[in-house]
Design a protein around this ligand. Structure first.
Ligand code: FAD
Ligand code: FES
Ligand code: FES
Length: 1342
């Protein structure tokens, strides 16, 4: 092999230390370099596409133009290491450590309870830290902006913002800071029991205890880098890798020369377009030209007629430049700049805006581009440069469509973009609609511009440009031409819509789907523009009163307002501990998560942060590309020849059992879904393994039938298990006696767990006795251990599973990790070497399945007063291709369907469909969030039919007295009713209901909705054997205590709660105690940490162990009551008293007899209620969450900070399920949505503007540890209050428009659903396709 040419040294700094890389590979990203080369594992991998912010670090660079140091946040997963020449990188480890000094950002996020699993925390910390480096006292708006690109799946964001807010300049909002009285107190009715309680706390942390921010303590920009920037030693830097050469010229002349020499080489700036494209298409560019050091590309010129911005400026810089222009120039000149600014606020997250360049954005010509449509209508010009000289081309549709005649020549580059000022009588606007408000690619974006003849309403020039409705940004030239000379009035609007729909046409099968929605947006946006211009004209008329313009009715004005992004406010209330409780006793206090500080410094070790073990190999999985097929052949020859490839693990290599007969670990002969694991490559590095899987050739023969949808499964009688049924009363008879009957359908889409830490495992074979150590991210290590044992055919006692912490599970790490553990273990045994398997986000989403999509039919019979007499529900869940947990999910679904309602005659039936999709599995709430949506939808249907409000129907039909459920389990609904009443009261529901109605009368295009939902959530597994737990507590001779138990730390703070229990029982401060990990060697035969009861049952076991120990110590303590703990332990050791004890909890009895339809399946219920208010934009389908109030019955919370965190986090996750999270499948069963770009979990801007959570005080449950309740899952369903508030608003719109309700409910209530439900003249205009005439881009599977 020939030697690669010599590279230059890559010099940069990380955390104040100089890094010199001699032979750097340009394909290496900063994230990999930090994690692998520098072992700085605080920076996390979660998506690899710039979409989640887990890998955020700060980069500081000397800016040659301003001669200042610029600090900016970036996502390290997209940053090529070579782009960092001369830069200083600061990672989470560089700003503080638990061992030395914590940075205030780190301290505050932890102490404000802003960390749960902690996987997102380093990224959050670095986004906030960078903000503070630039603004010592940021505004709330800046804080929201800084965190907009960081996802958190656990916390619901509120506590993260609370920590950030402690740095902000004090802002209006909650009154608490200024008056000492919170907004909830001011707004609510004071007669409630919550306000009457004197022992209610609203503080979860003490701000005064935080250390101040001291900017003098920050790392300075390395003087050496400053010298390098000012006196560059070398003009052109070259870094040669195995496949790619990176060239970074120092002058524009050199760059142009290089471009002429390598015309095919792309320029690489932010790499936010190039990087993801190279990854997804597997494309390699042998030469990359980096113009990062060319200052000419960062120049900005302001002239009397416009603004020229260098193509190298980042979008964040462009935003600042435009803001400056807007503040300096009269409004009429800045129309285009304002429009651009509007979109720059919501385009991606802050990190991407910091990285992405204007040039890269324009040249990438993404069809979804937010800026290009505005630049087109704003008549922007591209200034090109090459060795030949300079020239200008217009930024128009031809350029954006890539027409050679309108494009750059291969040797040309874009130097800058010229954007002219606007003029009087010129109006420019921008529009976009995405799945959520921030950090989401637009479904449709648009730029619109009109010039009117002076002081008239005659159109002189019109320009309309759309993104998202074709392969490129599209201009509506013909329509615009035809409208010139027309007056700006209603007939013109009508005509324009007609023309636009003809010209900007989308075929029914268009990629991206949502076709009718997009068509509607094309005209809805134009209508908004029409109104905006009229409104602006009104202002101008005051100046030149020469013309009359059409009036806009006041009721229509609401079409004009966009929903602003505002930081959420709210109060968290909980019962304070009894005043007699010892100060040392931590139970009931808001103790910080044990790992909080380590999460915040990046020192908390997750599975993939464990250093490489000697001779470790990397495993990558090969999955099926077919939904149902016979495997004809697998050709591994090419893959095995690649450098670094050690082996390919196949089903034949499994020494023991290959999973179950109908659920194989590795496919044999046949595949049942796209994403099924067929084999696995093991190689020396992850890069080599990933390259090898591309070379494996698998041939298939398609098999019939192929079933994806529930409908098809029903048709083919394709089910995974028998029907589950519960019945009470006489349903048929009841239907005959009721006043009215309604029948309806409910479709609930699936949900991806989107735990931030993808599935990962390390298997280390030991030299002796076939022992294996497995480090794995799981909720159920005992299951992993058992599965590995049967797969390898070795006894369980040789296998030890270790779980330090899990970066989020939500049910997705109950069953699945065992599959990955077992496959990796086969690899480890076969190769005799340790194996690391870390799933990419794409693979994780493709392979692992998620929440079951559901289709339900109901028939409800009721009296005219709203009393429901009979309810018949039949539902089907899409289980995917194997059984997994589908039978239990169906059971739980049926058991829980009645929710809070007492209906005498009921029939609930459920079945799990077998389809050719990846198997669905456990997910927080386990069927309840989907199923109960049917029940609540019945309620709204009954309300609509009776002409009553849904809350009246809810109240009327709710359990009122001690009663029995449909499965004959006795319970008292007292707490349920208290929650409901508190919620009505605290949310001032009735007065707000009236305000909503008032608002709706006055506004046609915006509607508000409000809903209150009760909840009765059963906790536990419905099987006695699942309700057991054990703990092992050691006291060492220095007095320190090691607590181990069977629960896994998933972020829910179980270890913190366990130490609180141990602390109370041993009467010893928590500082004496430690939990090191969960291991099958210390506590065997454990049950999955799931079903909300982890802390309950393990808490009881820890209590038992501590009580045993204390009993043993009692005689010693009695003898020496004045002694210290250490004295007693020493004495105990001297007296040969065992200082180690196993605690055990036999658990709750739970059973269900399905034959008889009765049982006692659940140990207890968690009650709650939530009220949400929203406002929808009927023209776009967007919504704003105005307020949510949650009352949750936590009984005596073990730790209110953790419990409120669980309620908030699960509520936001539920809100995601019901509003934004949408899985899209191709007609061939391929999951499209495989990353944060396509699958939208809630972001920080999705949190309700006012978000209040109260734990109901003084309720008791004698069953559980210290009368606490498990709150892990229940909040999920309360997210449906947002869904029903949206449907309430939609119903208001439909009523006004005389649209007859069809009782078909679809979740999630995406902008598409909302827009299309609010039918109006625009939805009527659009062409509709006959579904039989084309193959759609995606298929609904529920
Ligand atoms: C997570 C994420 C979210 C996003 N969200 C949005 C969004 O909401 N709205 C939106 O509109 N966009 C969005 N984008 C796209 C983003 O705006 C573009 O990727 C970005 O602007 C490209 O700029 P870049 O500097 O990173 O380009 P690069 O990836 O570095 O380069 C892209 C292309 O441009 C060419 N190029 C760059 N500069 C020049 C030049 N001066 N002369 C000639 N050719 C040049 C390169 O050769 C290359 O082919 C998102 C991207 C990501 C990763
Ligand atoms: S891992 Fe980098 S943004 Fe998600
Ligand atoms: S704490 Fe944010 S993802 Fe877990």
């Amino acid at each position: 092999m020939s030697c690669p040419p010599k590279s230059d040294d890559l010099v940069f700094f990380v955390n104040g230390r100089k890094v010199i890389e001699r032979n750097v590979d340009p394909e290496v990203t900063l994230l990999n370099f930090l994690r692998k080369n520098l072992r700085l594992t605080g920076t996390k991998y979660a998506c690899g596409r710039g979409g989640c912010g887990a890998c955020t670090v700060m980069v500081s660079k000397h800016d040659p133009v301003s001669a200042k140091i610029r600090h900016f946040s970036i996502t390290a997963c997209l940053v090529p290491i070579c782009s960092l020449y001369g830069a200083a990188v600061t990672t989470v480890e560089g700003i503080g450590s638990v061992n030395t000094r914590l940075h205030p950002v780190q301290e505050r996020i932890a102490r404000s309870h802003g960390t749960q699993c902690g996987f997102c925390t380093p990224g959050m910390v670095m986004s906030m830290y960078t903000l503070l480096r630039n603004h010592l006292q940021p505004s709330e708006e800046q804080l929201m902006e800084a965190l907009g690109g960081n996802l958190c799946r656990c916390t619901g964001y509120r506590p993260i913002l609370a920590s950030g807010r402690t740095f902000c300049v004090e802002s209006a909002g909650c009154q608490k800071k200024r008056t000492g009285k919170c907004c909830l107190d001011l707004g609510g009715n004071d007669s409630s029991s919550l306000s009457r309680e004197s022992d209610i706390c609203t503080d979860l942390f003490v701000e005064e205890e935080f250390q101040p921010l001291d900017p003098t303590q920050e790392l300075i920009f390395p003087p050496e880098l400053l010298r390098m920037a000012k006196n560059p030693e070398k003009q052109t830097l070259t870094f040669h890798g195995e496949r790619v050469t990176w060239i970074s010229p120092g002058t524009l002349k050199d760059l142009l020369e290089l471009k002429a020499k390598h015309p095919e080489a792309p320029l690489i700036l932010g790499n936010t377009s190039l990087g993801p494209a190279m990854k997804s298409q597997g494309r390699v560019h042998p030469i990359l030209l980096s113009p990062a050091r060319i200052s000419e590309l960062s120049m900005v010129f302001k002239t009397s007629d416009g603004l020229t911005i260098g193509a190298g400026c980042s979008l964040a810089q462009v935003k600042d430049i435009l803001a400056e222009q807007v503040s300096e120039l009269p409004e009429e000149k800045t129309q285009t700049y304002r429009a651009l600014l509007k979109h720059l606020k919501s385009l991606a997250g802050q990190q991407i805006r910091n990285m992405a360049s204007l040039g890269g954005h324009v040249i990438s010509r993404h069809c979804y581009s937010d800026l290009n449509p505005i630049l087109v209508v704003g008549n922007a010009t591209l200034n090109l440069i090459s060795e030949e000289g300079t020239r200008q081309i217009p930024l128009n549709d031809h350029f954006l469509a890539g027409l050679a005649s309108a494009d750059l020549k291969p040797e040309e580059i874009l130097e800058s973009v010229y954007i002219p000022h606007s003029q009087k009588w010129e109006f420019v606007s921008a529009f976009r609609q995405a799945q959520c408000q921030q950090n989401a690619l637009a479904d449709v974006s648009a730029g619109m511009r009109v010039i009117l003849e002076e002081a008239t309403d005659t159109i002189k020039e019109l320009s309309l440009s759309y993104g998202g409705v074709g392969e490129a940004t599209i201009g509506a030239h013909k329509s615009c031409q035809q409208l010139i000379g027309r007056p700006w009035n209603e007939p013109m609007l009508e005509e324009a819509c007609r023309l636009l729909l003809e010209e900007v046409s989308l075929p029914g099968w268009a990629p991206g789907g949502r076709v009718e929605f997009k068509r509607t947006l094309v005209v809805s946006f134009f209508f908004k523009f029409y109104l905006e211009v009229l409104q602006e004209l009104k202002k101008l008329v005051k100046v030149s009163d020469s013309h009359h313009y059409p009036e806009i009715s006041d009721r229509f004005l609401s079409a004009l307002e966009d929903f602003p992004v505002t930081g959420p406010r709210g109060v968290q209330r909980y019962q304070s501990v009894d005043s007699h409780q010892s100060l040392q006793d931590p139970v009931g206090r808001p103790i910080m998560h044990l790992s909080g500080l380590k999460h915040a410094t990046g020192e908390a070790i997750f599975c993939d942060d464990i250093p490489m073990v000697d001779r470790e190999l990397f495993m990558v999985l090969v999955t099926s590309t077919k939904a149902h097929a016979k495997i004809i052949s697998i050709d591994l020859s090419e893959a095995l020849e690649l450098p670094g490839v050690v082996d390919v693990i196949k089903a034949e290599d499994i020494p023991g059992t290959n999973g179950a007969e109908d659920d194989k670990l590795l496919a044999v002969d046949e595949v049942l879904c796209v994403g099924q694991i067929i084999c696995a490559v093991v190689a020396e590095t992850d890069v080599q393994a990933k390259r090898a899987i591309e070379k494996i050739k698998i041939t298939y023969k398609d098999l019939e039938p192929i079933i994806f949808t529930i409908n098809d499964a029903i048709k083919h009688n394709s089910f995974l298990c028998p029907e589950k049924k519960l019945e009470q009363g006489n349903i048929e008879e009841a239907f005959e006696k009721v006043d009215q009957i309604v029948e309806g359908e409910v479709h609930v889409g699936g949900q991806e767990h989107f735990y931030m830490e993808t599935q990962r495992v390390i298997v280390i074979p030991k030299a002796e006795d076939k022992e294996l150590d497995i480090y794995i991210s799981t909720q159920d290590p005992a299951h992993v251990q058992k599965t590995v044992s049967s797969t390898l055919n070795i006894p369980i006692n040789r296998i030890t599973c270790h779980v330090k912490r899990v970066g989020g599970g939500f049910g997705g790490k109950v069953g699945r990790p065992a599959v990955f553990g077992a496959i990796a273990a086969v690899g480890a045994i076969k190769t005799g070497r340790p194996i690391r398997l870390v799933l990419d986000r794409e693979d994780d989403m493709l392979i692992t399945g998620g929440r079951h999509p559901l289709f339900g039919k109901y028939k409800v019979g009721f009296m005219n007063n709203g009393r429901i007499k009979a309810l018949d529900i039949e539902c089907f869940i899409n289980g995917g291709c194997t059984l997994d947990d589908s039978e239990q999910v169906t059971e739980f679904l049926i058991l829980k369907l009645e929710n809070a309602y007492k209906i005498r005659n009921l029939r609930f039936r459920g079945r799990a469909c077998m389809t050719n999709l990846p198997s669905n599995t456990a997910f927080r709430g386990f069927g309840f969030p989907q199923g109960t949506l049917i029940t609540e939808s019945c309620i709204t249907a009954v309300a609509a039919k009776c002409g009553l409000l849904p809350e009246e129907i809810r109240e009327k039909n709710m359990y009122k007295t001690v009663d029995k459920t449909i499965y004959k389990q006795a319970f008292s609904p007292e707490t349920l009713i208290r929650c409901w009443n508190e919620c009505l009261d605290k949310s001032s529901f009735h007065s707000r209901r009236m305000q909503v109605e008032e608002f709706n009368k006055k506004n046609y295009w915006k509607k508000k909705g409000i809903a209150i939902i009760p909840m009765k959530f059963s906790v536990g597994f419905a099987a006695t054997s699942y309700h057991q737990a054990a703990a092992l507590v050691h006291i060492y001779t220095d007095g320190s205590v090691l607590v181990t138990h069977g629960g896994n730390e998933l972020g829910q703070g179980i270890h913190t709660k366990m130490l609180q229990v141990a602390s109370r029982e041993l009467k010893l401060p928590m500082s004496y105690m430690h939990v090191c990990e969960t291991s099958t060697a210390t506590v065997p035969n454990t049950i999955a940490t799931a079903a909300s009861i982890g802390s309950d049952v393990n808490g009881k076991a820890v209590q038992n162990a501590c009580q045993i120990l204390l009993k043993r110590l009692e005689p010693i303590i009695k003898k020496n009551p004045g002694g210290t703990w250490e004295d007693w332990i020493e004495a105990a050791f001297e007296q040969r008293i065992s200082l180690s004890a196993t605690g055990y909890f036999r658990g709750y009895k739970a059973y269900m007899d399905w034959e008889k339809g009765e049982g006692d399946p659940f140990p207890y219920y968690v009650y709650g209620a939530a009220c949400s208010e929203v406002e929808i934009d009927c023209l776009t389908g967007a919504h704003k969450k105005i307020r949510t109030d949650i009352i949750m019955d936590a009984c005596c919370s073990l730790n209110p900070a953790i419990d409120i965190g669980q309620v908030e986090g699960s509520f936001i996750q539920g809100m995601g399920l019901y509003t934004t999270e949408e899985l899209k499948y191709s007609p061939e069963g391929v999951l499209y949505s495989r990353g944060p770009d396509e699958y939208k979990i809630p972001t920080i801007t999705d949190v309700p503007e006012e978000f209040n959570v109260s734990l109901l005080p003084s309720s008791q449950t004698p069953l559980t540890i210290y009368s606490s309740k498990g709150l892990g899952e229940s909040g999920m369903f309360l997210g449906s209050s947002v869904f029903f508030a949206i449907t309430d608003a939609v119903a208001a719109a439909c009523k006004e428009r005389d649209i007859v309700e069809d009782f078909i409910v679809k979740s999630p209530a995406t902008p598409e659903q909302v827009r299309m439900a609010c039918a109006d003249r625009f939805t009527e205009m659009i062409p509709r396709d006959d579904p039989k005439t084309f193959k759609p881009w995606s298929i609904p599977i529920a």
